[in-house]
Ligand binder design. Structure first.
Ligand SMILES: Cc1cc2nc3c(=O)[nH]c(=O)nc-3n(C[C@H](O)[C@H](O)[C@H](O)COP(=O)(O)OP(=O)(O)OC[C@H]3O[C@@H](n4cnc5c(N)ncnc54)[C@H](O)[C@@H]3O)c2cc1C
Length: 381
C-alpha cells in the first residue's frame, strides 16, 4: 500500500512514521525548500502523548521538553503583577503532558522518518484525480504519482483541501485575532532562563519564553476585530507601541528575524474529512487554534489513530477512513468548542474583564491555594 502525504509539518511527518510502521510506503511532499523548524512553546499531551508513546518517539520528545520555573504576569510598563511557580504549572498540566518547542516535535518526527521515507522539498500539489482503485496526484515538479491514499496535511491554508473539498472560505471560521511568533537570536538579560513573561492589555498579549538550550521565543497575539487589521509586521510596532519591558527589543528582533510565523487565528470546520481516497489531517482538517492549545497533540494522536485504522481494515481504505473519523471527530469537536469559548476571554479589551479572567491565576499563585491546586491535580493525574 502506498500513500502520498502533502506537508512535512507535525501532522504529515507523524502520518509518514505511523504508516511506515503499518507497512505502507509513503512519499512526503513539502512546499518549503527545506525543513521549516522553529516555532513556539506548546503543551503536548492527551492523545498525542499516547500516540507518540505507541510510535516510539515519546522518550526523544520528553528529552527535548523544557521546564518553566516561573510564569510572570506583568503590567504594560513591565512591573510584576503576579507569578505562577513551576510546580503549579506542572501540576495543572497533569502527569501525561509536557512543554516543548513546536519545531522540536517536528525535528523528532523528521529524524524518525528520514531514513526510510522520501521527502520531496520545494514541491507542491497541483491536481488530483481518483477512481475506485487509486488516486493520481500531479505535483509542481511535473510528475504524477499513483497511490492508494492521499493525505492532505498541509496546514490551515491547505492546497489539498482547496483542490478536493473546495475553497478555504467555505470552511474557515475567523477568530478575530492574529498572531506573530519567532525565535529570538538570543535571550534578553531581562528574561531569566527557564521563565516566561507575559503582558496582556487592551486586546493584546505579548509573551516571551525561555525554551531551553538558550533559546527564546517571542509571541504577539492581538485582536483584529475592531480596525486592527495588522496586515503587515510593521503594524505591530504601532499596535504594541505603548508596551515597555522587553517589548521594544522583541519588536526590533521581529523585523530582522529569519523566519516569523504570522497568520490570522482561524478554525477549520470541515464537515467530512475524507472524499474517496483523499483525507485531511491536522490543521487542514480541524484546526482548533492556539486558544484550545491542543493542535500538535491532535495532529500526532490523529496520525497514530489513522495508521491504526488502516492497519485494521487492510486494503479497504474507505472503511478505515470512515472508522477513523467516527473515532476522532468527538475529540476534535470538543477542542474546537473549547477554542471558541476561550476566544471570548482571550486578550480582552476591557480592563475589568481582564482582571476577572486572571483572577483564577492570581488565586492559584497564592500560597494556600497553590498547594491545594498542586495536591488536587497530582491526585487527579
Ligand atoms: C501561536 C500558536 C500556539 C500554539 N500552541 C499550541 C499548543 O500549546 N499546543 C498544541 O498542541 N498546539 C499548539 N498550536 C497548534 C500547532 O502548532 C498545530 O496545530 C500543529 O502543529 C499541527 O500542524 P499541521 O502539521 O497540521 O500543520 P502545519 O504545522 O501548518 O504544517 C503544514 C506543513 O505543510 C506545508 N505546506 C503548506 N502548504 C503546502 C502545499 N501547498 N504543498 C506542500 N506543502 C505545504 C507547510 O510548509 C508545513 O510544513 C499552536 C499554534 C499557534 C499558531
Amino acid at each position: 500500500m502506498r500513500a502520498i502525504v502533502i506537508g512535512a509539518g507535525i501532522a504529515g511527518l507523524a502520518a509518514a512514521l505511523r504508516l511506515y510502521q503499518a507497512g505502507w510506503e509513503t512519499l512526503v511532499v513539502e512546499r518549503a525548500p527545506e525543513r521549516r523548524g522553529g516555532g513556539y512553546g506548546v503543551t503536548f499531551g492527551g492523545i498525542g502523548y499516547d500516540g507518540a508513546e505507541r510510535m516510539g518517539v515519546l522518550p526523544e520528545l520528553k528529552r527535548r521538553a523544557f521546564v518553566t520555573r516561573e510564569l510572570v504576569y506583568r503590567k504594560t510598563n513591565g512591573q510584576r503583577r503576579f507569578a505562577l511557580s513551576g510546580e503549579t504549572i506542572v501540576a495543572t498540566m497533569g502527569r501525561k503532558a509536557f512543554n516543548i518547542l513546536r519545531g522540536d516535535i517536528e525535528a523528532v518526527l523528521y529524524e524518525a522518518v528520514a531514513e526510510h521515507t522520501t521527502i520531496r522539498f520545494g514541491t507542491t500539489i497541483t491536481a488530483v484525480q481518483q477512481d475506485a482503485n487509486a488516486v493520481h496526484v500531479t505535483l509542481s515538479d511535473g510528475t504524477t504519482e499513483r497511490a492508494d491514499l492521499l493525505i492532505g496535511a498541509d496546514g490551515l491554508h491547505s492546497a489539498t483541501r482547496a483542490l478536493v473539498f473546495g475553497p478555504e472560505e467555505a470552511y474557515r471560521l475567523d477568530m478575530g485575532h492574529s498572531v506573530a511568533v519567532y525565535m529570538m537570536k538570543e535571550r534578553p538579560e531581562g528574561l531569566p532562563a527557564e521563565t516566561t513573561g507575559s503582558i496582556s492589555a487592551g486586546g493584546r498579549t505579548f509573551a516571551m519564553m525561555s525554551v531551553g538550550d538558550g533559546r527564546t521565543a517571542a509571541f504577539f497575539g492581538y485582536r483584529t476585530d475592531r480596525g486592527r487589521a495588522g496586515a503587515s509586521l510593521d503594524d505591530l510596532r504601532e499596535i504594541y507601541g505603548d508596551m515597555g519591558w522587553l517589548v521594544p527589543q522583541a519588536l526590533d528582533g521581529l523585523m530582522t528575524a529569519d523566519s516569523v510565523y504570522f497568520d490570522t487565528i482561524s478554525q477549520m470546520v470541515v464537515d467530512r474529512w475524507s472524499k474517496g481516497r483523499v483525507v485531511l489531517l491536522g490543521d487542514a482538517a480541524w484546526c482548533v487554534t492556539l486558544f484550545a492549545g491542543y493542535g500538535s497533540s491532535l495532529a500526532v494522536g490523529g496520525a497514530d489513530r489513522l495508521g491504526a485504522a488502516l492497519e485494521h481494515h487492510g486494503d479497504d481504505v474507505l472503511a478505515a477512513l470512515a472508522a477513523w473519523e467516527a473515532e476522532l471527530r468527538p475529540e476534535a469537536d470538543k477542542k474546537q468548542r473549547l477554542g471558541r469559548r476561550v476566544k471570548g476571554v482571550y486578550a480582552p479589551r476591557n480592563p475589568l474583564l481582564l482582571e476577572l479572567t486572571q483572577l483564577p491565576l492570581r488565586l492559584a499563585s497564592w500560597g494556600p491555594v497553590r498547594r491545594m491546586v498542586e495536591r488536587k491535580f497530582q491526585l487527579a493525574g
